[in-house]
Design a protein around this ligand. Structure first.
Ligand SMILES: Cc1cc2nc3c(=O)[nH]c(=O)nc-3n(C[C@H](O)[C@H](O)[C@H](O)COP(=O)(O)OP(=O)(O)OC[C@H]3O[C@@H](n4cnc5c(N)ncnc54)[C@H](O)[C@@H]3O)c2cc1C
Length: 291
């Protein structure tokens, strides 16, 4: 289908983009990779009168470490994450995530900022950002504000971004030595959204005790789920088969999936249990130096 007509603007700076967003208010939409927005427009589920294409704004596609943080510009594309030496060498959970998003064609366009701003609980990055305890940086006419990712997904397709704000950067605390993570996703076929998926990130201290644990769930509720009870049961303990079994069970109980074409809710809850167990085992192996 052909989308409804719209006016198209291409600002060259964040300030210009914010000016346009303010001028056109709720009738305007930011266009990044367009991999979610354009299909919605074609289906007539979104009908913005003004598209503000931010792709020509420079300085929004970095992937670098600075000030104790991994800083990822909102316009970094999945393909950039996939090719980044930094991500490949130090952020296995992020690499796992980007590699299972859609297909190479979509990954060449889709941006990490768009993936998060869309607020879709079926998208893969939200769970990973919950596991990594990221912070989302947004800029509007009042300046910059930083939103912990735990407060970023407020309801289905809903975030605290106002219509005059742009997501500009994602900041992830650099994991200390002894950290490892993994993202595991079950999809009906390659390129599909998750039936369910789990991100796990662990930091294991010298004595083998879990210092930090982060667990995020994809497509397991009306918004991305942080499995707090599962994280709590791991922290301060030596991670073994039994603690992983307990955490996996708790994650399953914290999930709230709906029955749909991808399967009944009961099946998906059990899938969360199985994937959490496997993701934690892999995260532990990686925290201990494995691949
Ligand atoms: C065939 C196909 C398969 C897919 N499979 C998956 C999958 O398996 N996993 C997955 O996670 N995703 C999947 N997606 C969805 C898609 O990859 C993501 O939603 C995409 O990354 C969104 O990013 P974008 O840059 O394309 O955003 P856009 O489509 O440009 O924008 C999405 C929304 O976010 C807003 N927005 C974008 N950037 C910003 C910003 N910087 N600041 C504020 N608001 C912003 C837009 O206004 C719009 O409302 C799939 C998409 C397709 C077409």
């Amino acid at each position: 289908m052909i989308p409804p007509s719209f006016d198209y603007y291409v600002p060259n700076s964040v300030n210009d983009a914010i000016g346009m967003l303010q001028k056109y208010g709720a009738e305007a939409k930011i266009l990044s990779g367009g991999m979610s927005l354009i299909p919605l427009m074609k289906l007539r589920l979104a009908n913005p009168a003004y598209l503000i294409d931010i792709n020509r704004i420079s300085g929004l596609d970095h992937i670098k470490e600075a000030d104790g943080l991994l800083r990822i510009g909102a316009l970094a594309r999945e393909a950039d994450l996939e090719k980044s030496d930094l991500v490949r060498s130090k952020y296995p959970v992020l690499l796992d995530t980007t590699l299972v998003i859609a297909d190479p064609l979509v990954r060449n366009r889709a941006t990490i900022g768009g993936n998060l701003a869309h607020g879709d609980p079926a998208n893969d990055h939200p769970a990973t950002m919950l596991a990594l305890e990221a912070e989302i940086v947004v800029v509007g006419s009042q300046g910059e504000r930083k939103i912990p990712v735990t407060s970023f997904f407020t309801a289905l397709f809903t975030t605290p971004l106002s219509s005059g704000e742009i997501l500009t950067e994602i900041r992830i605390p650099i994991p200390p030595p002894g950290s490892g993570g993994a993202y595991l996703k079950l999809e009906r076929k390659v390129g599909d959204f998750a039936t369910a998926a789990v991100a796990a990130q662990l930091t294991i201290a010298k004595g083998g005790v879990c210092e930090k644990a982060g667990i995020g769930l994809t497509n397991a509720g009306p918004r991305p789920v942080k499995a707090k009870k599962a994280e709590d049961v791991l922290r301060g303990k030596r991670i073994d088969d039994e603690t992983i079994r307990q955490a996996a069970q708790l994650a399953s109980e914290e999930s709230d999936p709906k029955s749909d074409l991808r399967g009944p809710a009961e099946y998906k809850r059990d899938l969360v249990r199985v994937l959490t167990g496997r993701a934690l085992h892999r995260a532990l192996e990686r925290a201990q130096g494995g691949k």
